[in-house]
Ligand binder design. Structure first.
Ligand code: SAH
Length: 243
């Protein structure tokens, strides 16, 4: 089964973009995942190919029309890449809209998505989506952080990048995916490499000791200390999960 990504966007030329190089690019070439960027404007009904309109209730900006969005979503679901059809018992791909109002993306959700048939991603522009699309088409709302982007495309690239590196055979050393930040609810410990001394700063002695038990202990402690200091939110959840 190939992880199939369909991105609904007003800027299909932004894809695969950065996902066309390095690990993700090689994996795309090797057909370990597939990418289809679909122009939302193709689903507009009028000859001007209008996709947006002014906000109900007034105010600045434009809102993406629910009827146009629905047609684009229906198209993506129907033309379901053969690996992802919900006929023949396969799970259907979830439809995810990128929006700052959505549920914050987590590594856990990324893992679930990467283990599935793929995703259909809906990228907003302007003020965003007509709210009715979410319930009307069973669309999950996901945010990539408490920041406001100018469009959903960079958020979609982030989500896909996070999924693709977890696909079987994509990351060289398969193990490196498991010790990382968030995988155990903590930030990862810090890394060092040669030179041993740089501008008077030295690599912590324990890492050069060759004592693997001590090293593991040091890493675990740094992982916990750094999480507590830098991300009290993660730390609280980690502590909560242990009791
Ligand atoms: N008016 C909206 C912001 C629109 S930004 C609001 O205040 O909530 C335009 C588009 O960029 C959005 O529709 C969304 O697709 C994308 N976007 C912006 N910030 C995002 C974020 N943090 N996560 C995911 N998508 C985001």
């Amino acid at each position: 089964m190939t992880f199939a990504a369909t991105v609904l966007t007003l800027y299909p030329e932004m894809f695969p973009g950065p996902l066309g190089v390095s690990l993700a690019g090689r994996a795309l070439g090797e057909e370990k995942w597939s990418m289809d960027a679909v122009q939302i404007r193709d689903f507009a009904a009028d000859k001007h190919r209008t996709v947006d309109d002014t906000p109900a209730g007034g105010g600045a900006g434009m809102v993406l029309r629910v009827d146009v969005l629905a047609k684009a979503v229906d198209h993506a679901r129907d033309s379901g890449v053969s690996t992802a059809l919900d006929t023949n018992g396969e799970k259907a791909r979830p439809v995810i809209a990128l929006t700052p109002r959505g549920k914050p993306l987590t590594q856990q959700r990324v893992r679930e998505l990467a283990a599935g048939p793929g995703v259909i991603l809906l990228c907003g522009r302007f003020e965003g989506f007509d709210e009715r699309i979410f319930e009307g088409r069973n669309v999950e709302e996901v945010s990539v952080g408490d920041i406001v982007l100018s469009g959903g495309e960079c958020a979609a690239l982030m989500l896909l990048d996070a999924c693709i590196r977890l696909l079987p055979g994509v990351m060289g050393a398969a193990l490196s995916g498991h010790e990382e930040s968030f995988e155990n609810g903590l930030l990862e410990y810090p890394h060092y490499t040669r030179p041993a001394e740089w501008e008077g700063r030295v690599i912590p002695e324990v890492l050069r000791s060759g004592d693997h038990a001590k090293i593991a202990e040091w890493r675990q402690r740094r992982s916990e200390d750094d999480t507590r200091l830098r991300r009290p939110d993660l730390w609280e959840r980690h502590i909560g999960a242990r009791v």
